[in-house]
Design a protein around this ligand. Sequence first.
Ligand SMILES: *[C@@H]1O[C@H](CO)[C@@H](O)[C@H](O)[C@H]1NC(C)=O
Length: 344
Amino acid sequence: MLMVCGFVKLRSRGPGAHSRSAAPAPGPRPPGPHLQPAPGPPPRGASRRQVTYVRSGRRAPPTGDRRRTPEPSCCARRGRPRPKGPRWHIELQPWAGPARSLDEEALRFLSYISTTQIACNRMSTFSLATDSSPAKQPWSVCLDDRFGLAQQIHNKQCRLYSLGLGGDDTRFEVDMARNGCEVHRFDPSVKSAHVLESQRLWHHRLSITWRDPHPAVAAQRSHGSARKLGSILNEFGHHKIDVLKADLESAEWKVLENLILENVLEQIGQLIFEIHLHWPGFEVSGSDSSVVRFWYSLLKELELKDFRLFHSYKDLSKPQLFLKKDLFNASSCYTLSWVNTRWK
Ligand SMILES: *[C@@H]1O[C@H](CO)[C@@H](O)[C@H](O)[C@H]1NC(C)=O
């Protein structure tokens, strides 16, 4: 399948088009239960994650809690306790400017994704095969001692989840496995339900979605091949992911929103996401300026959760398109890496 930054999908699904999931129709049921069945009590956060999240047509209960009220800045919420219980939508940031124009939104967003927020002194891709410097590599993790990942790798206690849609370059995963990480690659196009390719590199025929299936569908196909990330963690009995890599061909926005709304982010140490800007993305719609404001608001949520951007890679080999237009000198593809500064 052609996987050039999601352009293959542009033909069939326009912006705002509704899709059940980013993945092809589920194949045969993978045999349940999986490796490492969860012993003992469910993992921390499990109960929260079982909350059903239905976006379409539903509103947050009218509690008077006007969470849509714009926050003046990222830091206003600092120290204040988070509201308990499920969240129904992320908080939108204030408009970038009074005109609510695409120009204002795009300039704020592009500047945001191009500006790192924390210095990483030991960035690595592990790839010895390539000759370019780490700064020129899209898939980078931060190995500074203060973030603990290097130690986890050294102790062979590192876990990497890689979310893809087939046809991806897997050198990063292979290298991480070779260096001591337990790697789980989720890709609906792999041939068998679960394949152990090498000592620590698993392939699972599962795709990542951002919501529960309709109950009627769920009843018939309780082991369908599309899952929310939180459900996979529960199923596999994993409490944490040291590195989450995702190249979801425009499904990243809704998946990221789901990780935020269900508090899955707390279980993740470093995030590497390829983001796609040539169209709004799966199930993201609205005017161009409101789409960009939504993207920006999602990334601000990461900052509110103490994730810090340490690497930004602009892919110049991909079409230089921003919402289908040649604008702002933007690329349609960036790879962004964040570290969870609360990670222990
Ligand atoms: C456009 O982007 C390229 C690559 O990031 C950069 O080298 C160039 O200076 C940019 N041009 C302008 C006018 O900003």
